[in-house]
Design a protein around this ligand. Structure first.
Ligand code: 5GP
Ligand code: ZN
Length: 119
């Protein structure tokens, strides 16, 4: 059984079927620049296996979430934003504004983002 979903745009990006600007990659996750950046630095980090949203994180796949957070720390170092700071956002479902149903973590940085919930 494939870990990919044939209809998922981020699965296609991971496979290289849709081009993306790679920022970081390892066995479990892939990071690339958002096509419509909301901050000077806007990176998406995705697990290499298809997980639709936070609702589908469970005991069988939870390790990848911790792994992604350690990858994010490495990416922040690489991007030179670890000291200035960054915001990590994951939208889950319709009311949060999730538009791509493959779990992803937005890394936003490069400008002050205030104290609100959104960039
Ligand atoms: P969501 O709204 O689901 O939290 O975030 C989806 C993000 O994926 C959006 O910020 C959107 O700009 C980005 N996105 C959608 N399609 C593509 C694509 O084909 N390539 C890249 N690099 N980003 C995409
Ligand atoms: Zn997918």
């Amino acid at each position: 059984m494939s870990a990919f979903d044939d209809n998922c745009i981020f699965c296609k990006i991971i496979k290289g079927d849709i081009p993306s600007t790679k920022v970081y990659e390892d066995d479990l996750c892939y990071a690339f620049r958002d096509i419509n950046p909301q901050a000077p630095t806007h990176i998406l980090v995705v697990p290499k296996t298809h997980i639709s949203s936070c609702n589908d994180v469970n005991e069988s796949n939870e390790a990848v979430v911790g792994h992604i957070y350690s990858a994010i720390a490495r990416i922040a170092e690489q991007e030179g934003i670890s000291k200035t700071g960054y915001r990590i956002i994951t939208n889950c479902g319709k009311d949060a504004g999730q538009t791509v149903f493959h779990l992803h973590f937005h890394i936003l940085a490069g400008k002050p983002m205030g104290e609100g919930m959104l960039p």
